[in-house]
Design a binder for this molecule. Sequence first.
Ligand code: BTN
Length: 260
Amino acid sequence: MNMAVCADKIREKLNTEFVGRNIIVYDKTDSTNTRAKEMRDEAEGTVFIAESQSCGKGSKGREWVSESGTGIWMSILLKPQIDIVCVPQITLVAGMALKRVLGDKAQIKWPNDVVLGTKKVCGILTEMSVMNGKTEAVVCGIGVNVNQRSFPAEILHRATSLFLENKHEYDRNLIVAEIVNEFESLYKIFVREGLSPLLSEYKSSCVTLNREINVIYDNKTITGTAVNIDLGGALVVQTQDGLAHINSGEVSVRGIYEYV
Ligand code: BTN
């Protein structure tokens, strides 16, 4: 039996200091990222979560399919005292939290997808609101496909869910709590010390590394081998013309032969 998303059920499994201490649940909303940006005066760490989204936002302006009662559609409101250029790295931090929660088989497709095998199970969309050149608030939106039995034909070849992979239903409240717990512990390190102490774990989970890839960047397609992730979270690509450092947030990465 698929239980509804419930703030109390999530909260009882939390071991955090501030992330998830305030949880706002919607039965239906347009996008939890939009709600969180509008309500950016709420405390840092507030989690916005919806049973369904009518205008779920994916990266690069795409729609994020957010069927009712099946997945996790959540956004975490953050107020980090970090340089604006570092904000997209929060996507990498969230990806690591998801990888930890989803286990050994999960891998991170740089910068914002978590995959099981060759299909995407989770997407992350980090947005920010800026005032006078300073980061006012950051919203880290996380979508996880949990109990879906099927997907629309257009995304069937590249989307999967935990149910489809493992043939049993999951308690979404428990998964949300695990994500929040892992996210806070990684985020605290990130805000204090940057990506450096997290990079080796990130790289060991990153399916993009050592692959031939196409990067669509600045309206150009760069082809090469992904050889590293640098301290700024950029993907380092060996191209015919030398090394290119590609920043997250502005790119689309495609494996040459398959989705991953
Ligand atoms: C991607 O395209 O990979 C990013 C998907 C992000 C989806 C999540 S669902 C919760 C939050 N609210 C949104 O509208 N989008 C993000």
